[in-house]
Design a protein around this ligand. Structure first.
Ligand SMILES: [Zn+2]
Ligand SMILES: [Zn+2]
Length: 103
């Protein structure tokens, strides 16, 4: 909603983590920061076995923070890798995700 007149907002574009909106009523521009949230399927319970596997085994698993899909051959401390599933640069290594979840 527009802070000035309460009119409906239309999305103009996105720059980084900022969404640029414009009021359809009075034309005022509003910038709203998008908070980066992880996909709801990503939990410590899901991540922990993968972290152990990447520490003691051969597999390097990453997970897309955007869609929650698993990706193979991803360094444990990687961030911002390209997701083969949804195309977003949102794949992180499982160790990196675990640190974020525990923070
Ligand atoms: Zn307005
Ligand atoms: Zn994805």
């Amino acid at each position: 909603m527009c802070p000035s007149c309460g009119g409906p907002l239309g999305l103009m574009g996105t720059l980084g983590t900022m969404d640029h909106w414009r009021c359809r009523n009075c034309g005022q521009q509003v910038n709203i920061e998008r908070i980066k949230t992880m996909h709801e399927s990503i939990t410590i319970e899901r991540i922990l076995p993968m972290v152990e596997e990447s520490m003691f085994g051969e597999s390097n698993i990453g997970i897309c923070l955007d869609c929650g899909e698993e990706q193979g051959s991803c360094e444990p401390d990687a961030t911002g890798h390209h997701c083969e599933s949804c195309g977003m640069p949102a794949v992180s290594g499982v160790e990196e995700i675990l640190l974020t979840l525990q923070a």
